[in-house]
Design a protein around this ligand. Sequence first.
Ligand code: ADP
Ligand code: ADP
Ligand code: ZN
Length: 216
Amino acid sequence: MRVAFLGPPGAGKGTQARELAQEWEGLHLATGDMLREAVAAGSALGREAKGYMDKGALVPDDVIIRMMAERLGKADAGRGFILDGFPRTIAQAEALAKLLKDLGQSLDTVVYFDVSEPELLRRLTGRRVCRTCGHTYHVTSNPPRRDGVCDACGGELYQREDDREDTVKNRLEVYRRQTEPLLDYYRQRNLLATVSGEGPLATIRDAIRKVVGGMR
Ligand code: ADP
Ligand code: ADP
Ligand code: ZN
């Protein structure tokens, strides 16, 4: 199974990818998580990415493409993966196709999560993330059992700096301008499957299983 999850920030890609990657025994490769780890570790990659991430801008294509070439080239990626948050530009999509071709692989499906703008705003500003395991919650629609504490590991929950309202608006604009053209790109290549990203988590998960399974 080689799938990419496409959709605006807050569409629920990470929430679904975490569960489904386990179910499908593949990797969950989230570029945002990889970049945040690099920032926390203070690596050269992290230092280069941080300024862009703080503003809600995209990290330059060459940086992301290098990072993903390295990751997809590792042996464990051979068992399949869900790409979450990558590709985000046409240049990244083209680089991904070439990368996979060189590895003798290709994408099975690109799943687009359709969610309305007001719902995205509500989700992003209410999102809380576990500092320890990265599990994601929402203050009202998907709260942890204990306030501020991760159900999965007991870690501390925090609000991402870029989930504050002004940065969120910028990220949504960046999405419209730079990432939305990928819908046509993948539609033209017969790879795009759309699911509604609104409603109960289990219903959305079923819809994803259906579109991905149907193309296998
Ligand atoms: P979300 O899915 O909630 O929008 P992510 O965690 O995927 O957020 O991304 C956080 C930030 O990391 C982005 O705003 C951007 O700065 C950077 N980033 C993540 N993935 C990419 C990518 N594929 N290309 C460029 N920048 C990226
Ligand atoms: P993305 O990875 O696409 O940026 P996330 O998976 O982090 O999105 O989800 C964004 C926020 O929305 C989180 O707070 C999450 O708990 C919440 N969320 C995810 N799916 C749903 C859903 N179906 N209904 C309501 N809230 C959701
Ligand atoms: Zn946790």
